[in-house]
Design a protein around this ligand. Structure first.
Ligand SMILES: [Zn+2]
Length: 312
């Protein structure tokens, strides 16, 4: 159970204390289940953050323990986290919102809007489907160990979610049980997947994939970054994808003055208010295209990649 980085003690606290703890609070307080939705949503977003980091920079030294931890995070995240490898590591990091990225922010419209941001999850999930299927096919044909890990993660997510629902109904009856499940694991899984897509959208829309520093939007506030394990430092993450989350503030500091000032936003909350609440009435508050638009970036040269392992 050796950690590769001691800062991941906090990762373990979130994964093994906070995540199940929030769910337990909801299950123990069915009459007030709604009150816990914000905590369940935060749990979901955090589970996405931890899934993302684990696929880039595994938490444990042991491959076997990393595989078990992947299963645990998958259950809260609501989807097998191997899916990040073909869609994120091997695709998004390669094309960074340019042509070839399954998660382009400009697929059906070049204009940023709240509707596009909120529905980005559905569009991207659809376009990522082919990459996931191809990865599973390659694993099934050539990498039986990875294929077994994929099947185990799917089984854990499906059986886990069904069991959580059944336990809630057994404890509280059908109606209250369904509400308890929806306010805990349901909200967590929905936010895990939707939240990761939403943040991906706002961290790349109107950025320039061809520029070394202006390909991503950063949110540099201290509290926000503490809450999401430094996920606001997105340029630094793309430049050093294997870097541990605890090192991102220093990596960002070394390059901050090279990033366009508009792409170093102090607060995600203020950015969202400016862009989607005030922006429709005060256009000057909306973000502007920085540099070359993603849809004008050169088309990629496609080549098939071998499946990466789930953990180093
Ligand atoms: Zn990444």
């Amino acid at each position: 159970m050796k950690l590769r980085n001691t800062a991941d003690v906090r990762t373990l606290l979130w994964a093994f204390v906070l995540f199940p703890g929030v769910a337990a609070l909801v299950y123990a307080n069915p009459a007030h289940a709604w009150w816990f939705i914000p905590l369940s949503l935060y749990t979901g977003f955090s589970s996405g953050v931890l899934a993302h980091y684990h696929n880039h920079c595994p938490v444990f030294a042991s491959r076997r323990v990393n595989a078990l931890y992947s299963i645990w995070i998958s259950v809260f995240y609501g989807y097998p986290i191997f899916a990040w490898i073909p869609t994120h590591n091997a695709n998004h990091h390669k094309y960074v919102n340019g042509p070839g990225d399954a998660t382009i922010t400009w697929r059906y419209t070049k204009k940023d809007s709240l509707f596009t941001a909120v529905t980005f999850f559905f569009v991207s999930s659809y376009w990522q489907g082919g990459l996931i299927k191809a990865y599973i096919k390659q694993a099934r044909e050539n990498h039986p160990k990875i294929y077994r890990q994929i099947l185990t993660q799917y089984a854990a997510v499906i059986l886990g979610q069904l069991s959580f629902f059944a336990i809630a109904v057994k404890l509280h009856g059908l109606k209250a049980g369904a509400i308890v499940y929806a306010c805990s694991f349901g909200a967590t899984a929905a936010m895990g997947m939707w939240g990761m897509m939403f943040i991906n959208y706002i961290q790349h829309v109107y950025c320039d994939p061809t520029d070394k520093y202006d390909h991503s939007r950063n949110f540099v506030g201290g509290l926000g970054n503490w809450l999401v394990f430094n996920s606001g430092y997105h340029t630094a993450h793309h430049e050093k994808a294997g870097a541990h989350w605890s090192t991102l503030p220093q990596i960002h500091a070394a390059m901050a003055d090279k990033i366009h000032p508009d792409l170093n936003q102090p607060s995600i909350a203020w950015f969202l208010i400016k862009t989607y609440v005030l922006g429709p009435f005060v256009p000057s508050l909306r973000p502007k295209q920085i540099g070359r638009p993603a849809y004008e970036a050169p088309a990629p040269v496609e080549k098939d990649a071998e499946p990466e392992s789930l953990a180093a």
